[in-house]
Each structure stands twice: as structure tokens, then as C-alpha cells.
Design a protein around this ligand. Structure first.
Ligand code: SER
Length: 887
């Protein structure tokens, strides 16, 4: 049975039994505890917690999921996918254990002609939480599963939670026995490869707090209702029903392997090592494309880093399969074709997706080239120091600066006959991770755990936002939080978070910075410098009590800092105009990837299919935007249905979760976007928009920065002033400056080259004097000296050869030492007559090299080496002299 058919039957089964079909959420949901959506229940979390009323009593979805915790297992086991589809049915206080078990049993065991999966009931095993007699009894009664195929397990296996604060509950898992050829008897507690888990039924009835371990975490109470959350792994069912050996060979994944076989000329199934590579490619290609589809671009942290790692592992695996040319575009096409029936947006967005993978591959290939050079130097250093282990610091630098995966470093080191200090590398990685975690925690202080805010939401409902029309308003304090705990009052000097029933303050969202301002009660003043929305619907004002004491239930006048707000609104409107301008100039593949609207300035990030935006195009965008200001267009905002907004062609962001009603910001036919931000009334209020720069901020993503209004004007004046100063200094008109500066730079270059040549000539010119100064040591003409300053490398060799030539047919030895900082290099040359007497240059080195802390080698006529002790040069010369004297 094809994967799409498995999904279709699941949906049909549940919509046929009163479940509302809900579309998959984006892989990126606004949940600070999650990098990617990793279970079907994530989008329903507020309904389980009672933060929002469930719009339907029962629902079903096929959710896109990404889990990368076991990335190293991919391709090595039969069942680890980084991307998979979780089919689920959910009950919000409707049916409970009995209903969940009945539904699951019917779907998996009904015959295929009856719309089920037709699994053999006798091969099904289940697990239940150790004290869940009720579930065990239901499995016996409803499904007739004998007691010996019902196994009990503890917290770690059969009590499900998201691993963080949130809903949780005991669960019951359904397994299918693949048969004795796949492992030992004894059920899932003995062998999870033979007994394959396909479906997890969670009896979601409790709430947990953060902390604890997987098998012991704090449970803080009951959820408002008893709910059901189930998750069936579509790929796993496909793997069973299609009779293949693992999840990588199922119908939607295997075609990538086939493409990799074509590109590499190697065959899947021929060697274990190659097979793992083929499967890594197939798995990662799919997750990579799906993640990019939801708007993520490769970067060095967070989601972008996970994506980068996935894509780079594909490129790397392909190299190891012997493919040299770019591969990502080809694999992305296969994924698109396989996944499009369920995700048609992959087709419409494909230009953007392939631009992102192409740019990342190009960047990685450059990395490989640059990193390989650094690697070669590191190997040479290690060898020169007589070591066999590459330093952990070097491996870390390769990883951190050049994006070299550690397995690549390990492999290349092995090829060079070296090992790598992996302990040190791991220690540095841990240090870096700890730093990153601390950074993330600092950014989101107090925001991880919504438990302090949720009671406020329960008691008072959402904060009414008045700020589209009002900048000052009366309200009531409904909650105060100090240091993460609810308090009845806060007094002068304290940092406080204030929740009001209604507010004109805009909370940071959609790239628009938060409002600042003051809250005044009869007796207190609180200065607000941040506003956030840590739980959906609640606006939390953060600030300092400047005077008096503020208490819950106080009446407040909330006043927004009007100048700051106006300036931010101008920037936000300007961002929409720049967005429209960029798309007009570059086409619709230039999709918004992020933005910042701050007082007087903006940043707009977008995926660029064709790399850097040429300066001329940027100037045109700027001019077009300013024309729209002069047209003084009306900026209209209105609410409408999502369908209508789509029909109007409003731009929306990838990965954003919109409700059924959306707010549109409309500047006529030029710009129309879904947006919750604040804007000016007419474009003329912006005055002027000045684009400052355009640059890359990561693979395929460009950033435009611009200033708005007086900030733009000040920038123009400052630049004008600078230009006048330079013009004065160079005594040229501004329009002559580019030529003038180019000419100056050229003259400087020529002068530097001449100087360099003179220096080299002078140094080489010393050859005659050096040869004349040869001393006689036991009948041998010896020139052993420190070379003139600045002579090293090729010059040193050339000078030695020149001096040797001037010794003619005398037996002669020339040894020159060049020093550079704390390094010494030396060259030894012998004349033919000296060699006739058995003096070989390479053999002379051990006699004196230890004095400069070094070594070297070479041929009888010319040898060289280096050391670390410049102070030892006189000793080295003396040692050479004695060696010759001793014959
Ligand atoms: N939330 C559960 C899981 O992810 C069931 O959907 O396994």
C-alpha cells in the first residue's frame, strides 16, 4: 500500500467518525520549547492545557514532523527518519481510553478491502503503563489480545510528555511482530527491532513541570479534561505494508536512493558502508526540502544549523560515494515529485527551495576547499613537531570556522595516517554548547515556562489590544510578576512585569519592536521598556517601578511613547514597501525570511534566487519606494477571511500560523500583506527611505538595511560631510574622487613592488661579499652566517646557490640561517668538489640543527630545514665548523 494511501485511509477513518480534519501545522511553530514540530499534538497544546477552548471535540491530522536527536542513527537502523509524518486522532475532553483503543484497533486490523490496513491481529502486541489496569483490560475486552501479549512498562517508555513543562499522561503503544527472522522472542520489552512500534496512544490527563529525568519528572496536577493524543508513524506502517526492509526503502524515500545510484554509478545493496550513505542521503534530502519548504534557511545556529548539517551530510555522503558534481538540486527534485501529492506547495515554492540548496552546496564546496587547506597545514604542523595526533583545538577550529564536520576531519586525518584528539574536541564542543544555551536563556528570560502567566489568562482572558487606534488608555492591573513569581504589589526600584486587562502597548512581534512608555496609577509610575507575549493572547509589560507602589486591581493610565511608536510605524510601513520593491525587481522567488522594524530603521531579509542584488537594481528599488511615498498612498488595514486574503493576493510568511480571520495591510495594488503590526496612515509620512546596504547573511539569504525619515536625512548629511572632507584632503571635486583614489592606490602598489624588489636585490647582492668572507676549515671553504634581514624561503635558497657558485671549483660548504620571529630556517649547499670529498648537504644537518631546536633534510647538493630557536644560530654555526674540522 502506497504511503499516500496509508495517510488517506487514516484521514477517512477518522473524518468518518466525527473528527474534524485539521491541516498539518508548519514545522516551525511559535513554541519556544521546540526547534521543530515533532508530534501531531503540538498545534493542539493550548487546547489540552485549557489555554484556549478547542474549536472541535475531536480532530485528526497528518502532521509533518522533524526529530534530529538521533541523526547519527539514520541509515544504520531500520527505522530512524529525521522527517516523518505522524497521523493522529485527538479528543479534547470527548472520548477517552476506550474510544482511542477501539478506533486504533479497527483501523489497523480491518481488511484492506474494508478501508483498513489489514494487519494480522495475532501479531499485534501492546504495552501499557505499569499500573494502567484499565487500559490492559480494554485491550483484552475490545481487541481480544491475550494477557501475554500485553506488556507493562515504566515511566521512561509509557508515560508521554514533550520533555518540557506541558501536558502529559500514561500511554499505550502498539507493536507489530515482524517475525522470528528479525530478532528474539519476548515482545517489545525484549526487542524493538523485531517488534516494531507503529502507534502510540496517549491518555493525556496530567500536567507536568520542567525538570526531572525521562523516568522521573514532576507532575503538578490534572488537566482541565481527559484527552486523547495519538501518533501513528506513517512511514513505519508503509515499511510493514510494502514488505521492504526499512523506512528508507518505502515508496516515497527509495527514489532518492535510485537517483543517487544513477549519479554515483554505485549500486545500493552492494556494501554496508555505501548503503548507510545512500540512506543518509535519502532521509536527509527529504527533511532538508521539507524544512526549507517551511521557510528555514541554513545558518550557524538553531533551526538553520540543523538544516545546514542535514544538507552538508548529504553532500559529504555523496562525495564518499564518489560523486564530485553538485547533487542537492537533483535530490530536491526527486523529493518534490514524491511529496507533492500531499504537499503541493513544494511545487509552487520549488524555485526558492532549489535556490537555497544550490547556494548552500556552493558555500559548502568552498568550505571544503578552504578547510582542506587549513587541514593540510595542521597535518604538516603535526608531522613537523613529530606528532601523530591532530590537536583537538585544530579539529574544533575546522568545525567552528570552516564548517568541517568532525567525521570529515577524522576521515581525512586517518588517510594522512594521523589520529585526532577527540576528547579535547568534545570538551570544546561542550563549552560552545553551554555558551549557546546560556545565550538563548538570557534572550528569553522567564519565557520558557508559561505557568506563571496561564492563571492570569484563565482568570481574566486575553489582553485587549487598543494600540491600532489609541496611544493612551485606561485599564486595570490584573497581574504582577517579579522574578518569575506572581506578586500582589511591587514598589519603587523593582523590576516588574505588569499584565493589564487592556492596553495600547504593542508587544514585540512580526519583527516590530515593542513600545516603550509609562503606566501611571494614582500613586505609582512604572516605566516600561519592553512588552512581550509569552503566552498567546497575553501582553506582558516589563519595566521598573519609578515611584510609589503598584498593586493588582489598581486602575492605570497606560501611555505609549508616541515618538518612538511613530518612528517604528514608519519603519514598518517602509519594510512593506521595500518588500514589494524587492519582489517587483527580483521576482516572487525573493521571499521574506525575516525583518526588523526599529525606530527609524529597518532590516529586511529575503531569499535571493540569483545571489547579490546588483547596485543598479538596489538604486531602482529605492527610487521606486520613494515614488510611492510621494504618491502619498493611503495605508488601509482591515480584517478579512484567510480565503479572501488569498484571493486578493496578499503576501504571507512561510511558517507563520494564521487563524481563519486575518489582518491585511493594504497600499493599493503596490503592496498587500498579512500583518499584525502598526503602520502610518499615508505613505507620505515616511518622508524618505534611504537604502544603506545589501549583503549576504547566510546561504541564499540577503539582507537590505534602510533608514527612514529624519534618520535617513541625518545619514545623507553625514555622508555628505565626509565626502567634503575627503574632497578637501585630496584637492579634488567629489565626482573626481573615485578616479583620484584609484590612481593613488595604483601608485602605492607600484611603490611597494619597487621597494620589495630593491630589498631583494640588495640582499642577493650580498653574495659576493659572503663568498669573499669564506673561512678555511680543514681545507674547506666555509660560509656559515645568519642571512641578511628579510631573506627567507626561495630567496634564501637562491642566495645560498649564488654564494656556492662564487666558490668555484674549491671544496666549499655554504650554510645560511634566516630568522623570522621565533622561527629559524636554514639552507645548506655544497660545491661539487666538497661532495667529491664525501660532504653531503643533507648529512651535515644533524650536526648543527639541534642547536636551533630543529631538523631538516635534503639532497647532497642542497638541503634545508627549520627550527624554533633563533638564539641558537651562533651555536649552530660553531657546531657545523667543528663537524667540518673533525673531518
Ligand atoms: N504525542 C505522542 C507521540 O509523539 C502521540 O502522538 O508519540
Amino acid at each position: 500500500m502506497q504511503t499516500h494511501e496509508i495517510a488517506r485511509r487514516f484521514t477517512d477513518h477518522f473524518t468518518g467518525t466525527g473528527h474534524t480534519r485539521v491541516a498539518s501545522a508548519s514545522l516551525i511553530l511559535d513554541d519556544p520549547t521546540l526547534l521543530f514540530v515533532n508530534a501531531g499534538m503540538v498545534q493542539f497544546k493550548p487546547y489540552f492545557l485549557g489555554d484556549a477552548p478547542a474549536p472541535y471535540p475531536r480532530a485528526t491530522s497528518i502532521q509533518k514532523c522533524v526529530r534530529t536527536g538521533d541523526i547519527d542513527e539514520v541509515g544504520r537502523t531500520t527505522r530512524h527518519n529525521t522527517f516523518f509524518q505522524m497521523a493522529g486522532n485527538f479528543s479534547f475532553g470527548d472520548y477517552f481510553k476506550e474510544g482511542a483503543i477501539e478506533h486504533a484497533w479497527r483501523l489497523i486490523t480491518s481488511s484492506t478491502s474494508d478501508g483498513g490496513y489489514g494487519l494480522d491481529p495475532d501479531r499485534i502486541w501492546v504495552t501499557v503503563f505499569h499500573d494502567d489496569d484499565e487500559a490492559a483490560g480494554l485491550w483484552q475486552r475490545i481487541a481480544g489480545i491475550p494477557a501475554e501479549r500485553i506488556q507493562r512498562r515504566g515511566m521512561a517508555d509509557n508515560y508521554w510528555s514533550m520533555g518540557v513543562a506541558g501536558p502529559c499522561g500514561p500511554c499505550s503503544e502498539i507493536y507489530y511482530d515482524r517475525g522470528p527472522q528479525y530478532g528474539r522472542e519476548g515482545g517489545p520489552v525484549v526487542d524493538e527491532d523485531r517488534y516494531l512500534e507503529i502507534w502510540n496512544l496517549v491518555f493525556m490527563e496530567k500536567e507536568r513541570a520542567a525538570g526531572g529525568t525521562k523516568d522521573d519528572f514532576p507532575i503538578i496536577g490534572e488537566l482541565p479534561a481527559k484527552n486523547i493524543d495519538t501518533g501513528l508513524g506513517i512511514e513505519r506502517v508503509a515499511y510493514l505494508l510494502q514488505g521492504v526492509d526499512n523506512v528508507y526503502e518505502t515508496d516515497l524515500v527509495r527514489p532518492v536512493i535510485t537517483r543517487a545510484e544513477e549519479l554515483s554509478g554505485r549500486r545500493y545493496g552492494a556494501s554496508h558502508e555505501d548503503d548507510v550513505r545512500f540512506r543518509v542521503i535519502a532521509d536527509h534530502a527529504r527533511s532538508g526540502v521539507m524544512i526549507i519548504g517551511d521557510g528555514v534557511t541554513p545558518s550557524n545556529d538553531g533551526r538553520g544549523y540543523v538544516l545546514r548539517r542535514l544538507l552538508r551530510r548529504i553532500v559529504r555522503s555523496s562525495r564518499l560515494l564518489g560523486v564530485q558534481e553538485p547533487v542537492l538540486g537533483a535530490f530536491a527534485e526527486v523529493v518534490r515529485d514524491e511529496m507533492a501529492p500531499s504537499y503541493p506547495e513544494l511545487v509552487t515554492d520549488f524555485e526558492r527551495i532549489s535556490a537555497v540548496v544550490r547556494a548552500e552546496e556552493e558555500a559548502f564546496l568552498q568550505t571544503l576547499t578552504a578547510g582542506s587547506r587549513i587541514f593540510d597545514v595542521a597535518v604538516a604542523d603535526t608531522r613537523r613537531a613529530g606528532g601523530t595526533t591532530l590537536a583537538g583545538d585544530q579539529a574544533f577550529q575546522l568545525h567552528d570556522t570552516y564548517g568541517f564536520p568532525i567525521d570529515l576531519t577524522l576521515e581525512m586525518a586517518a588517510e594522512a595516517g594521523l589520529t585526532v584528539d577527540q576528547d579535547r574536541f568534545a570538551a570544546l564542543m561542550t563549552e560552545q554548547r553551554t555558551r549557546a544555551k546560556a545565550d538563548a536563556a538570557a534572550r528569553k528570560t522567564g519565557h520558557h515556562d508559561g505557568s506563571v502567566y496561564r492563571p492570569l489568562l484563565d482568570a481574566h482572558g486575553t489582553t485587549t489590544f487598543l494600540g491600532y487606534t489609541e496611544l493612551a488608555a485606561e485599564g486595570t492591573v490584573v497581574g504582577l510578576v517579579v522574578d518569575g513569581a506572581a506578586v500582589p504589589a511591587a514598589s519603587e526600584g523593582q523590576q516588574v512585569e505588569v499584565v493589564l486587562d487592556r492596553t495600547p502597548f504593542y508587544a514585540e512581534a512580526g519583527g516590530q519592536q515593542a513600545d516603550h512608555g509609562v503606566l501611571r496609577t494614582g500613586s505609582a509610575i512604572v516605566r516600561i521598556d519592553d512588552v512581550q507575549s509569552p503566552v498567546a493572547g497575553l501582553r506582558v509589560h516589563r519595566g521598573t517601578v519609578e515611584a510609589g507602589t503598584v498593586a493588582v486591581d489598581d486602575a492605570v493610565v497606560a501611555e505609549v511613547d508616541v515618538a518612538r511608536r511613530a518612528s517604528i510605524s514608519r519603519a514598518h510601513t517602509a519594510t512593506h514597501l521595500v518588500h514589494a520593491g524587492v519582489r517587483g525587481a527580483l521576482g516572487t522567488a525573493a521571499a521574506q525570511a525575516g525583518s526588523l522594524n526599529a525606530p527609524g530603521r529597518l532590516r529586511f531579509d529575503f531569499t535571493s534566487p540569483s545571489g547579490a542584488v546588483p547596485a543598479a537594481a538596489l538604486a531602482e528599488i529605492e527610487e521606486e519606494v520613494n515614488t510611492k511615498l510621494q504618491e502619498n498612498r493611503e495605508v488601509e488595514t482591515y480584517e478579512t477571511s484567510m480565503d479572501e486574503a488569498r484571493r486578493l493576493g496578499a503576501m504571507m510568511l512561510f511558517g507563520e500560523k494564521y487563524g481563519d480571520r486575518v489582518r491585511v495591510v493594504d497600499m493599493g495594488d503596490y503592496s498587500r500583506e498579512l500583518c499584525g503590526g502598526t503602520h502610518v496612515a499615508r505613505t507620505g509620512e515616511l518622508g524618505i527611505v534611504k537604502v544603506l546596504s545589501e549583503a549576504s547573511i547566510g546561504s541564499g539569504v540577503r539582507r537590505v538595511e534602510a533608514l527612514v525619515g529624519n534618520d535617513a536625512l541625518r545619514q545623507v548629511s553625514t555622508e555628505h560631510l565626509l565626502l567634503s572632507q575627503i574632497s578637501d584632503q585630496l584637492k579634488a571635486r567629489p565626482d573626481e574622487l573615485p578616479d583620484r583614489i584609484a590612481a593613488l592606490v595604483e601608485r602605492l602598489r607600484t611603490a611597494e613592488r619597487d621597494l620589495e624588489k630593491h630589498r631583494a636585490d640588495a640582499a642577493l647582492g650580498a653574495a659576493g661579499a659572503l663568498a669573499d668572507g669564506a673561512e678555511d676549515v680543514a681545507g674547506i671553504a666555509l660560509v656559515a652566517v645568519a642571512a641578511p634581514a628579510g631573506v627567507s624561503g626561495n630567496d634564501l635558497r637562491a642566495l645560498a646557490a649564488d654564494v656556492r657558485g662564487r666558490l668555484g671549483d674549491r671544496p666549499g660548504v655554504v650554510a645560511l640561517f634566516g630568522t623570522d620571529g621565533d622561527k629559524v630556517s636554514f639552507v645548506v649547499a655544497t660545491t661539487a668538489a666538497a661532495r667529491d670529498r664525501g660532504l653531503a648537504a643533507g648529512k651535515l644537518i644533524p650536526a648543527f640543527a639541534p642547536a636551533v631546536g630543529g631538523r631538516g633534510g635534503g639532497k647532497p647538493d642542497l638541503a634545508q630545514g627549520g627550527g624554533q630557536n633563533p638564539a641558537g644560530v651562533p651555536d649552530a654555526i660553531a657546531a657545523l665548523r667543528s663537524a667540518l674540522a673533525a673531518g
